[in-house]
Design a protein around this ligand. Sequence first.
Ligand code: ZN
Length: 335
Amino acid sequence: MVGIVSDPLFMNHDTGGYHPEAPMRVHSIHTVFAGKDPGIRMVEPVRADSDEIALNHDRSHIERVRRASVPGRLVGLDPDTVSSEDSFETALYAVGSLIRLVQMAVAGEIESGFASLRPPGHHATASEAMGFCLFNNVAIAAKKAIACLGVEKVMIIDFDVHHGNGTQDSFYDSRRVLYFSSHQYPFYPGTGRLQEAGGRKAQGYTVNCPLRSGKTDGEMLALYRSVLVPIIHAFRPGLILVSAGFDAHAMDPIGGMQLTSAGFAALAALIRDEARDVQSPVVYALEGGYNLDALRDSVRAVTDVLKGGEAPGIQEKPFAELDGIIAAHARFWTL
Ligand SMILES: [Zn+2]
């Protein structure tokens, strides 16, 4: 059974008329879940409390976001990131809903989950909103799972086209939360080099795969097969969280990659099958993805896989940078 959070409430975070991180994104995704589906359990949004947000964020940051949510105007938190009247509340629901899916997944009530939420989270650091992100949904959910749900180790897989600098920051010195990211590089936010591999006591627990633009489905699948799969088996997480950004799609107006919805489904199938091997539930949280059709089609393809659908037949294709990426991570893992 797949747990889905998808609700018009997540349209309430108003970013102004011309912002790519627009309310229509989750509306577009919502159409995927309109009909009855025996493989899906719709889950009501849940509001997080500020103690949960504080698992990963300074109280002063929480207060700044709360105070930036005022009626009648947009407040800029960084050059890309705005807050409006309902942004704080919506962000609390984003975090709380993801935590709810994680609780259900850890309890075995669902095998996997997908949270179609906004604002996104992976750029938000402990003290700063940035890159369209207010609170780091995935980082908070990982900390909650460890602090309250008895989960020993969490793996975060981030296939958004951007590097999740905020998530990396949160777990840079942790051996209990492994952060794996594939991302376009050089690109916003500028972090995510191969050499960023974790703090002194957690070397190898940050796994960055920086990629030049133009990567295709087959190339991405080759990367995940040769780097992610062995690390899942060696690390053996009790929970896998996916920072699911779809801005590596060929139609995306921001990213420069060439993935298709079938490519995202192939990654989801690979993660599903490996997670089963190590008996870990998988919960997805929406991050980026700014072409509405590409976003809807990709989420449909991914959730079809979560329901047990076949992996699309995509041929893995090695590429120029792959050897260097494997060599870098082979210092810490048997690849
Ligand atoms: Zn992104």
